[in-house]
Design a binder for this molecule. Sequence first.
Ligand code: SAH
Length: 218
Amino acid sequence: MGLIKDKEYLLQDIRAMGIKDERVLKAVEETKRELFITKNIEKEAYGNYPLPIGYGQTISQPYTVAFMIDLLDIKPGNSILEIGCGSGYNAAVMSLLVGKKGKIYSLEIIKELCDFAEKNFKKAGIKNVSVVNADGYFGYKKAAPYDRIIITAGCPLIPKELLNQLCKDGILVMPLTKYFGETMIKVVKDKELNISEFGSFAFVPLRGAVEGHKDLNI
Ligand code: SAH
């Protein structure tokens, strides 16, 4: 079965799993996942599951990508900070939603994956994503504040510095690591923080400064 047919099934699957926003579905449809994985697994590009990208990391399951992006409620022109660029796939889907006037800064702690992602963006003709080799726990002050922040690895707490770098009324979506696996949370920064939970997921853990932090601040 060819990739085009596979993509059709993937879209059906994601819809059936509850993603309704047509803009998000269109962005997933228009993003070539095969450009964000290595050639040897290209046939599996549109499987609704994570795939290895080397260095013990994975490109997330397309449903999870769509679910998180749906929660982020991205508007054209938004400036977005992503923690965990990996293959660049998640950023690629978001890049379509922010459009030409929007901008994505994607932080990645593994240098080799920064190079991989940059190569993938080039292949896909994506120009509004900047990859930065840094520990995302501290955010990226240079381009702050951000309308939206997304963390694509499991994190045991909500990093304070990321909240500082989020605009008023901004949204942060992240998998919060609890005792077993992750709970998806959405944080809306008003005068207070409005935190809501959206079910269980499994993620690779965020590395760097946050490792060893076990205090759950929720
Ligand atoms: N969004 C990615 C998948 C994320 S997997 C994609 O679409 O392919 C999680 C990624 O987070 C991995 O690439 C991992 O190296 C990176 N990562 C882990 N800890 C990090 C940290 N502290 N700062 C930045 N990136 C980190």
